[in-house]
Design a protein around this ligand. Structure first.
Ligand code: ATP
Length: 299
């Protein structure tokens, strides 16, 4: 069974507080994009165990891979006696703030549920997905959603208006844990207006949605302060037709929202020339159940 595991961005991201258990309470708007990894799941009848092959040598192939962990969790719970072979073709940049690993896990769960006829509903899959990672339930849900708590409380929203999304991941790696660890919230911290963003999405206006007080990511205070290239890329996007550009998740990927396709393509080409070591893709907001792109023209 072939599946597409798509990448998410955060249209805005707020951190409300650090909890006594070390986690953070967040409020953010999740948006699925058309950029995807390809998964091929094949049951191994009568041959128990889970194997994974991937095109990236630096991705774990054992239970440290979230797709393997997700498959094992479901197959153990339901006592599946057969095995599973997973072929994972990664296009989504890794450790980028795009939830690539979470999405691979989410789609593996969807595939395992179907292949082995487990009969789980979407909600039941989402509930189990939480044990793999905070972003997994959203990756099962897709579309546009408000995410609260530590990321596990999801409220579906109407689809964001049509636009082009330009993604640019500079050639640096950041650890989500370090970024949250480095976050200092003070009374001066400028928070995004998350409710305003919800209203703007409901209004169906990209212009409203991209207003600077709405489209904002509190974690930029940490990641962009450490890596000036993040603000540079945002500026290039804004100077070249993006209505706004911010960092996704804990970074370092920057995304810009465009309404003009030609300007978005020109900006993608410019960024590829200016930052040849970065990974730059043009995609779009994905409604749940749609199709994706890996920007290489492949299905
Ligand atoms: P988030 O947006 O949730 O912070 P991310 O997109 O930044 O996630 P991932 O691409 O999911 O980060 O990868 C984070 C780490 O998880 C990597 O260091 C990688 O070794 C490990 N990992 C485990 N499984 C996978 C997978 N299927 N794809 C990519 N990375 C994986």
């Amino acid at each position: 069974m072939y599946l597409r595991a798509t990448a998410k961005i955060n249209l805005c991201l707020d951190v409300l507080r650090r909890r006594p258990d070390g986690y953070h309470d967040v409020r953010m708007i999740m948006q699925m994009t058309g950029m995807y990894d390809r998964l091929l799941l094949t049951p191994r009848i009568g041959h128990p165990g889970i194997s994974l092959e991937t095109n990236l040598y630096y991705i774990p192939c054992d239970e440290n891979n979230l797709a393997v962990r997700a498959a094992k969790m479901l197959m153990d719970e339901f006592g599946v006696g057969d095995g599973l072979s997973i072929k994972l073709e990664k296009f989504i940049p890794v450790a980028a703030g795009l939830a690539g690993g979470s999405s691979d896990a989410a789609m593996t769960m969807v595939g395992v549920n179907s292949i082995f006829h487990l009969g789980l509903t979407r909600e039941q899959l989402m509930e189990r997905g939480r044990k793999i990672g905070a972003d997994v339930p959203f990756c099962i849900l897709g579309g546009t959603a408000l995410s609260e708590g530590t990321g596990e409380l999801l409220t579906p929203l109407p689809p964001m208006p049509e636009a082009r999304i330009l993604l640019c991941k500079p050639n640096i790696s950041v650890s989500t844990r370090d970024v949250y660890g480095g976050l200092v919230l003070t009374p001066e911290t400028v928070h995004p207006d998350v409710d305003g963003m919800i209203g703007a999405i409901r209004s169906g206006s990209v212009e409203n949605m991209t207003a600077p007080d709405l489209m904002k990511n509190v974690l930029e205070t940490v990641t962009a302060a450490r890596y000036p290239v993040i603000r540079e890329i945002e500026d290039v996007m804004k100077e070249n037709g993006a209505l706004n550009a911010i960092m996704s998740g804990s970074g370092p990927t920057v995304f810009g929202i465009f309404t003009d396709r030609d300007r978005a393509e020109a900006c993608r080409n410019l960024l590829r020339r200016k930052y040849p070591a970065s990974r730059t893709f043009l995609t779009w907001p994905k409604r749940s159940g749609g199709i994706g792109t890996n920007d290489s023209g492949q299905p």
